[in-house]
Design a protein around this ligand. Structure first.
Ligand SMILES: C[S@@+](CC[C@H](N)C(=O)[O-])C[C@H]1O[C@@H](n2cnc3c(N)ncnc32)[C@H](O)[C@@H]1O
Length: 346
């Protein structure tokens, strides 16, 4: 993925002054410091006059390699493209579409979804909403579930939605809408099931999205969330395994909140849902670890872009990952969390 990210043709302005202010105050969040920046000198930005800040902002661009140049000349990889999807360049969106479709077609992820979705108790002729549907790979699967009359996929990206409509051509009970999970364009009590599939970890303010799902569900309707417990992502086969640094860097640049899974039960209860199931599913790639190798590659590239390592070391890490894969020594793992909850019946 990273090689393709590097060919993104567009340079786009981005508001990162707030992130630097946080850095100056010593606030370490994933958003402003996904890979562990060194401490910024105290007060440099806070003491800047407003015109200087505006000028500084004007010089902050996402460059062709999807990075934010820092004052120091060091590069901070832009965190989680999915969380700012409407600002992402078309070339990158194409790469993300391929990644979403490939992942959905992976028999291991299909097996997890099959078990997970079997836990949801649907009424006959159910209306289903997938929130953050991307190119619609999961929406298409939902449309074929027994008892499902109609499925709507919602996403903020018109590019993803155009692809989703194209790929779903011929499926009669499937529709797509543009919108944001945090302010859904639907009336109250419209759906029997709301699904978030690897979406919420990308949404800043996920509690708003969960509250909106509650609003649009009918009384007795179900919420189904399947997402990565990304803090578990591991390619290490022993202590201090250098490949693990690549996995950590990749996840820091791919999701908005790697810990979200662990706060989901509290979040759905606070929105009024009754929690019915909370399960963990292991996603393991050892033979043919194609997806986990892309994580190692992306992480190695991020470490180079942030001046942590040089490109020779990155190449060495990528080669080591492939050597392990070829010799049967590779082990890549991510736990996924599946949650099913119910809006209380009247
Ligand atoms: C990793 S993709 C998952 C797509 C699809 N659910 C799947 O599993 O193939 C995350 C999706 O969340 C969407 N997304 C990001 N922010 C969103 C928001 N605020 N509201 C709704 N969807 C959002 C992205 O556009 C993207 O399609």
């Amino acid at each position: 993925m990273s090689r393709a990210l590097n060919v993104a043709p567009k340079i786009q302005p981005v508001d990162i002054v707030g992130r630097f202010r946080d850095l100056e105050r010593g606030v370490r969040t994933h958003e402003n410091n996904p890979i562990g920046l060194p401490d910024a000198p105290q007060g440099r930005l806070q003491s800047m006059p407003i015109p200087a800040l505006i000028l500084f902002k004007a010089f902050c661009y996402i460059d062709q390699e999807f990075r934010l140049p820092l004052l120091t000349g060091e590069y901070l990889p832009m965190p989680d493209p999915y969380s700012q999807i409407t600002t992402v360049a078309p070339g990158i969106l194409d790469v993300l579409i391929k990644a979403m479709e490939l992942r959905a077609a992976d028999p291991r992820s299909q097996a997890i979804r099959k078990v997970f979705l079997s836990l949801v108790d649907l009424p006959d002729a159910a209306r289903v909403l997938e929130i953050g549907c991307g190119s619609g790979a999961i929406t298409r699967e939902l449309a074929h579930l027994p008892k499902v009359a109609e499925v709507v996929g919602l996403d903020p990206s018109p590019v993803f939605l155009a692809k989703a409509r194209q790929l779903a051509a011929g499926i009669a009970n499937l529709y797509f809408d543009e919108g944001d999970a945090r302010s859904l364009p639907y009336a109250d009590n419209e759906f029997d099931l709301a699904v978030f599939h690897t979406c919420l970890t990308h949404v800043p303010g996920p509690e708003k999205a969960v509250a909106e799902a509650f609003r649009v569900l009918r009384q007795g309707g179900h919420l189904a969330i399947l997402d990565g417990d990304y803090s578990t992502t591991s390619v290490a086969v022993g202590d201090h395994d250098p490949l693990q640094a690549c996995a950590e860097a990749a996840i820091a640049g791919l999701v908005n909140d790697r810990w979200l899974s662990r706060r989901l039960p509290g979040m759905v209860r606070s929105s009024g849902f009754h929690l019915q199931r909370l399960d963990s599913y292991g996603y393991l790639q050892a033979d043919s670890p194609d997806y986990m190798l892309t994580l190692v590659d992306r992480g190695a590239d991020i470490l180079v872009n942030s001046s942590r390592i040089d490109s020779a070391l990155a190449d060495g890490l990528k080669k080591e990952a492939r050597r392990r894969a070829e010799s049967g020594e590779f082990f890549g793992f991510i736990a996924f969390t599946g949650l099913v909850a119910r809006k209380p019946p009247l």
